[in-house]
Ligand binder design. Structure first.
Ligand code: NDP
Length: 461
């Protein structure tokens, strides 16, 4: 394990062998190990102050999922050819509530990715202050280029197995990369058909007309920008007139762009796995939404339709800085894990970036995070900054349970309140542990303490 920021005391001494054991038991799960290491590096001071957590082996238990499901998903395409994918659901921790976390459909999905996402989700969900445990799932199925009928057959096959593990008091999935409103609709339909129950609270991200919450679609992106605004406010500034770079062009990116523009920022970039767009006049969001949400197109199509105002740059495949080479004051990585590395971070710092806030899960490599912290760039970790999505999912569950539906404005107000609460709890915890403005330490410790306290109270299970 690399050098820890914690002092060389009891807590830090406990953590070294603990991480070595996680490494031994989860070989090759690179992203999971990265996520665990990042959290453990923050925990030394807590374990020093609270030896009862060490005695109860809370950290060892938190690093081991409560249950891991892997299953076969057979389906046939429009030409009758049979395909076999792999499905996953990792039910990580239920000490605060039913397992809660999205499903990802992407060819890169494997057990290590799902475990990293599930592990992050445990702390993120705790930070929201809502009664939800942590889990995550998905499949190596690639919905890109598939017809609606193919996606439907895949979702039906996936849910035919998964349904037996779900329930509004047990495990409540939602969307993630490759799983949006269309997929949630097919998954919910199959759950209802198999169980003969209209159990609205079993999935979140549903359509607004059939149990979905207003503002859930917008929540992750909006929440990320609300968190950014709180971080800037704590430093005595705001987003008005700022140049902002965004990566991705999916659900999180689109609504991060929307909220940043509402707060007066100028958003210059967006991207997908093919390349990125620079639009010096500011991204034309209605056009981008039309391309992405209505036509299921690419950012290259946006650039073509936008004409001379936008430049499209294909990724060079050599891991260059991509959209991060565009000079900006705020960077919001909203695509995928490890998309912003040390090289890109150095370019951002050189160009005077003041805040980097993660809309995606773990998009910044550990080396890049260190570089930002050393350069005194405000850094917002995803488990705090993108928690608005799952928080609004919990609000959706609340509305489902009470057979109620709230207005957009009311839900957005609740989201803003939750993001402020998450910000303040990360900020204050970091200060309490002698690391002012270190939101990584603040988020990790604040989330950990909530989960650890519940685990202690619930006994050895
Ligand atoms: P979407 O599927 O809607 O969009 C993902 C975007 O990221 C697309 O633009 C996609 O491009 C791009 N992308 C995906 N993989 C890669 C890659 N390997 N290289 C470059 N670009 C890539 O997903 P979301 O917007 O929902 O999720 C984005 C991130 O936010 C993920 O990390 C997710 O875990 C996280 N998140 C999402 C939440 C939600 O509520 N949706 C909640 C909290 C976190 P392309 O189309 O070319 O693949």
């Amino acid at each position: 394990m690399p050098t820890s920021p914690a002092p060389a005391d009891t807590g830090s001494r406990v953590i070294q062998p603990l991480y070595a054991e996680v490494l031994r038991r989860n070989p090759g799960e690179t992203e999971f190990l990265q996520a665990v290491r990042e959290v453990l590096e923050s925990l030394g001071p807590v374990l020093t102050q609270r030896p009862e957590l060490v005695d109860a082996r809370i950290v060892e238990r938190i690093c081991e999922p409560e249950r891991q499901l892997i299953f076969r998903v057979p389906w046939s395409d429009d030409r009758g050819r049979v395909h076999v994918n792999r499905g996953f659901r990792v039910e990580f921790n239920s000490s605060l509530g039913p397992y809660k976390g999205g499903l990802r459909f992407h060819p890169s999905v494997n057990l290590g990715i799902v475990k990293f996402l599930g592990f992050e989700q445990v702390f993120k969900n705790a930070l929201t202050g809502m009664p939800i445990g942590g889990g995550k799932g998905g499949s190596d199925f690639d919905p890109k280029g598939r017809s609606d009928a193919e996606v439907m057959r895949f979702c039906q096959s996936f849910m035919t197995e998964l349904h037996r593990h779900l329930g509004e008091y047990t495990d409540v999935p939602a969307g993630d990369i490759g799983v949006g409103g269309r997929e949630i609709g097919y998954l919910f339909g199959q759950y209802k058909r198999i169980t003969n129950r209209y159990e609205s609270g079993v999935l979140t991200g549903k359509g607004v007309g059939w149990g979905g919450a207003q503002a859930r679609t917008e929540a992750t992106g909006y929440g990320c920008v609300m968190f950014t605004a709180e971080m800037l406010r704590a430093r005595g500034t705001d987003l008005d007139g700022r140049r902002v770079a965004v990566s991705g062009s999916g659900n999180v990116a689109l609504y991060a762009i929307e909220k940043a523009q509402q707060l007066g920022a100028k958003v210059l970039t967006c991207s997908d796995s093919g390349g990125y767009v620079v639009d010096e006049k500011g991204i034309d969001l209605p056009l981008l939404k039309e391309v992405k949400e209505t036509s299921r197109g690419r950012v290259a199509d946006y650039a073509r339709l936008r004409g001379r105002d936008a430049t499209y740059v294909p990724h060079d495949g050599n891991g260059g800085p991509g959209p991060w080479q565009v000079p900006c004051e705020v960077a919001l990585p909203c695509a995928t894990q490890n998309e912003l590395d040390e090289g890109a971070a150095a370019v951002l710092v050189r160009n005077g970036v003041q805040a980097v806030v993660e809309g995606a899960n773990m998009p910044t490599t550990p080396e890049a995070v260190r570089l930002f912290q050393d350069a005194d760039v405000a850094f917002g970790p995803g488990k705090a900054a993108n928690a608005g999505g799952v928080a609004t999912s919990a609000l959706e569950m609340q509305q489902n349970a009470s057979r109620d539906s709230w207005t957009f404005a009311h839900t957005e107000d609740r989201l803003a309140e939750i993001m402020r609460h998450i910000h303040d709890s990360c900020h204050d915890t970091a200060e309490r542990y002698g690391a002012p403005f270190n939101y990584v330490i603040g988020a990790n410790i604040a989330g950990f303490e909530l989960v650890a306290n519940a685990m202690l109270a619930q006994g050895l299970i």
